[in-house]
Design a protein around this ligand. Structure first.
Ligand SMILES: [Zn+2]
Length: 270
């Protein structure tokens, strides 16, 4: 079975160049590839990745429809798009239902680019409906490289939300909270919370990452690269270099994602 990358980005061809250059400047980071679907597919081929979950982010409420249309257009046996809703969308819940009705596995949200706090009571109806519909909520977790260090979707908030909404399938990216791994270790490791692993190997010592992974419930770990912000092949190699037990490596890079996506009964082909 091929590998599944649970965290990637790409943009419509006409926007990719501009989007990538402005994100490179704001994050002080270089992109691998051009940020298009074509370059993502080339990267997947080079890395031996069969499927990528493609996370969009609506930075304004009005972007919902365009993102949904584009997500429909690019969906394939290799690309599993997650559309996005904006917290200030006046039709937030209707739009989530529309995403569900179109067969998508879930949505992606980002507390910095969308300017919200994870525990804002205005979002509680959103968590209710996502839980009821069995949809994934992939969130940016922890600080963000491009923003001041203000806690918005930190491990403590993730802990609180996942206890209050046990049915919500929340996936915390960047090993539960970028550059907040002390708190991840204290609050999230060992709990049934999905952790996606991008940036982990780039920002913490290998022994520490390995220790965290070995202490977490095996079925709650998902390989992700955050491509194009890292190289998919290098991300996969960094994970392989941890020398995890082979069956755990297989679960993280393939089995867990496959089972999770299948369990949703959504449009994800294989
Ligand atoms: Zn990302």
């Amino acid at each position: 079975m091929g590998h599944i990358d649970f965290h990637t980005h790409a943009f419509p061809d006409a926007l990719a160049l501009r989007a990538i250059s402005s994100l490179e400047v704001s994050g002080n980071i270089r992109a691998y590839g051009e940020g298009t679907i074509q370059s993502l597919l080339a990267s997947m081929d080079a890395a031996g990745i069969e499927q990528s979950v493609l996370c969009s982010i609506a930075t304004r409420p009005g972007q919902f429809a365009d993102i949904l249309q584009w997500s429909l257009a690019i969906r394939s046996d290799r690309i599993i798009p997650l559309p996005s809703v904006h917290p200030q969308d006046e039709q937030l819940l209707e739009h989530v239902q529309l995403v569900h009705a179109q067969g998508f596995a879930g949505i992606k949200m980002h507390s910095y680019y969308q300017n919200y706090f994870l525990d804002d009571p205005a979002l509680f109806p959103l968590y209710d409906i996502l839980g009821e519909l069995g949809m994934l909520l992939v969130i940016h977790a922890g600080y963000d490289i491009a923003f001041p260090r203000e806690r918005r979707a930190d491990p403590a908030r993730i802990d609180w939300i996942t206890r209050r909404w046990p049915k919500l399938k929340l996936i915390a990216t960047h090993v539960g909270g970028w550059e907040e791994w002390d708190e991840v270790e204290r609050l999230l490791i060992g709990r049934p919370v999905y952790l996606e692993l991008s940036f982990g190997a780039d920002f913490m010592p290998a022994e520490r990452l390995k220790r965290l992974l070995l202490a977490h419930p095996q079925e709650y770990l998902l390989f992700g690269s955050d491509s194009p912000w890292t190289d998919q092949k290098k991300s996969l190699e960094a994970l392989r270099n941890l020398d995890l037990p082979q069956n755990l490596f297989e679960r993280i890079t393939s089995g867990n994602a496959r089972r999770l996506l299948r369990s949703l009964g959504r449009h994800c082909q294989s």
